[in-house]
Design a protein around this ligand. Structure first.
Ligand code: PMP
Length: 428
C-alpha cells in the first residue's frame, strides 16, 4: 500500500505537535514506520488520506463497538449541536443517560460524568481516599488507568516494594503511595495488604486487563480480591473503561458476578466523544462535592454533544438483546480462524480472548500477567503488524494492546482478516 500523503502529513504534524501525535501510542513507536492519517471511517472500515481501505480492529481503542459513523449516534450529535454545544449548566439529557447507565450496570446508584477515562480513574481514587481516610492504593503491573500521576508507576518493578515513577514529573511522594501487585496473584496482593495494614484505601484493577494485551482474571481472582477488600475495609475499584458496556450490558461486574465498590467508565459510554464516568453506591457517591467533601469538577463535563452520543450508544446496546452474544460469536470465529492458520504455519503463539477483546502474543507460554505478556516476541509482532497493514488490516501498533471487535464487521471481513493472517504467518 502507498502511504505518501500520510507520510507528508506526519512530517508537517511533527513540526507543531510533539512526535506528531496527540497520544503517544499512535506514533508507531512500538512497531516502526510512520503513522497513518485517517480521512474518514464508516462501519468496519477506515479510509486513509492515500485512499487505502483498512479493516479496523482498534475502533478508536474501543468506543466504536457498533462501527464507525453509526447513524443513530451521528444523528443524535448533529441534532444536539444545532441547539448549542456547551452551557456549563444542568441539562435533562445528563439525567437520562445517568438513569440508563444506572439501570444497565449492577450495584451502582449514582454516576458522575467526566471527559476521559483518565479523569474517571483519577477521580475514583480520590473518592476512595476521601471515603476511607487512607492514602495508599494498590494497582497491578501491566494495568493502565490513564495518565494521572498515581497510575504512572513503572510496570514490572518489584511488586512488593514501593513503586518508582516511570515518568519524570511524577514525584517520589506520589509514587510511594502506589503499591504494585502482580495480576492474577492473590497471595501477592494479600502480602501487600498485610504489610500496609490500615493504610490502603483501594485496589484498582482492570477486571479483564486490556493494556498488556488481553489478560483474563484466572481462578476466581476477582472474587478473591473482593473478599480480601471486604476483610480489610478497602474499596475495590473496577476500571471498566475498556470492559464497560462491551463484555456485557453490565460489564465485567455482570460477566464475573463480582461487585465493585466504584466503577470507572470511558470509551463505549461516550459513543466516540470525549466521555468518562465513575459510579458507585449512594453512600460513596454522596461523598462528592457538592454533597460531600471530595472535590471533583469539569467545565465541559456532561456537555450536550457528549451526552447525546453516549445516550444514543447506550440505548442501542440496551435495546439489542443479541448484541453482546453476536460480538462474542464474531470474536470466537476470528480466534478460531487465526489459531488454525498460525498453527498450520507453525507460528508459536498464544491467543487470549474475553468476549469481544482479543490479542495475539508470539510466545507459547500462557499469558497471565505483565511478566508473561512481556515475553512475547516483539520482532514477530512488528512483522505481523506491518504484514497485516499491507494487506489492509489495521491492528493496534503495539503488542501490549487488545483488538476491539465491532459489530459492524461481517463474516466476510473476518475471513479476509484470517486469510491476511495466513499470508503474513508464512513470513514470520
Ligand atoms: N483505563 C483503561 C482500562 C484504559 O484502557 C484507558 C485508555 N486506554 C484509560 C483508563 C484512560 O482513558 P483515556 O485515554 O480516555 O484517558
Amino acid at each position: 500500500m502507498i502511504y505518501k500523503r500520510s507520510s507528508a502529513l506526519f512530517a508537517e504534524a511533527e513540526k507543531v505537535i510533539p512526535g506528531g501525535v496527540n497520544s503517544p501510542v499512535r506514533a508507531f513507536g512500538g512497531v516502526g514506520g510512520t503513522p497513518i492519517f485517517v480521512k474518514e471511517a464508516k462501519g468496519a472500515y477506515l479510509y486513509d488520506e492515500d485512499g487505502n481501505r483498512l479493516v479496523d480492529y482498534i475502533n478508536s481503542w474501543g468506543p466504536m463497538i457498533l462501527g464507525h459513523a453509526h447513524q443513530p449516534v451521528v444523528k443524535a450529535v448533529v441534532e444536539k449541536a444545532k441547539k448549542g454545544t456547551s452551557f456549563g449548566m444542568p441539562t435533562e439529557i445528563e439525567t437520562k443517560i445517568a438513569e440508563l447507565a444506572v439501570s444497565m450496570v449492577p450495584n451502582i446508584d449514582k454516576i458522575r460524568f467526566v471527559n476521559s477515562g483518565t479523569e474517571a480513574c483519577m477521580s475514583a481514587v480520590r473518592l476512595a481516599r476521601g471515603y476511607t481516610g487512607k492514602d495508599k492504593i494498590i494497582k497491578f503491573a501491566g494495568c493502565y488507568h490513564g495518565h494521572s500521576d498515581s497510575f504512572l508507576i513503572q510496570a514490572g518493578s518489584g511488586a512488593s516494594t514501593f513503586g518508582t515513577p516511570n515518568s519524570p514529573g511524577v514525584t517520589k511522594g506520589t509514587a510511594k503511595d502506589t503499591l504494585l501487585a502482580k495480576y492474577n496473584d492473590i497471595e501477592n496482593v494479600q502480602a501487600l495488604v498485610g504489610a500496609n495494614k490500615d493504610e490502603i484505601s483501594c485496589v484498582i484493577i482492570e477486571p479483564v486487563a486490556g493494556n498488556m494485551g488481553c489478560v483474563p482474571p484466572k481462578n476466581d481472582f476477582l472474587k478473591k480480591l473482593r473478599a480480601l477488600c471486604d476483610a480489610n475495609n478497602i474499596l475495590l475499584i473496577f476500571d471498566e473503561v475498556m470492559t464497560g458496556f462491551r463484555l456485557a450490558k453490565g460489564g465485567a461486574q455482570e460477566l464475573y458476578n463480582v461487585n465493585a465498590d466504584i466503577v470507572c467508565f470511558g470509551k463505549v459510554i461516550g459513543g466516540g466523544l470525549p466521555v468518562g464516568a465513575f459510579a458507585a453506591r449512594e453512600e460513596i457517591m454522596n461523598f462528592l462535592a457538592p454533597l460531600g467533601p471530595v472535590y471533583q469538577a469539569g467545565t465541559l463535563s456532561g456537555n450536550p454533544l457528549a451526552m447525546a452520543a453516549g445516550l444514543a450508544m447506550l440505548q442501542e446496546l440496551n435495546q439489542d438483546a443479541e448484541v453482546f452474544s453476536r460480538l462474542e460469536e464474531k470474536t470466537k470465529y476470528l480466534h478460531e480462524g487465526i489459531t488454525k492458520v498460525l498453527a498450520q504455519n507453525n507460528v508459536t503463539h498464544t491467543i487470549n480472548r474475553v468476549g469481544s477483546m482479543i490479542s495475539v502474543h508470539f510466545d507459547e507460554a500462557e499469558v497471565i500477567d505483565f511478566d508473561t505478556a512481556a515475553k512475547g516476541n516483539n520482532e514477530s509482532f512488528k512483522k505481523f503488524f506491518h504484514g497485516l497493514l499491507n494487506a489492509g488490516v489495521y491492528i493496534a501498533p503495539s503488542a501490549f494492546e487488545t483488538w476491539f471487535i465491532t459489530d459492524a464487521l461481517s463474516y466476510e471481513d473476518l475471513d479476509f482478516t484470517i486469510e491476511a493472517v495466513n499470508q503474513v504467518a508464512k513470513t514470520l
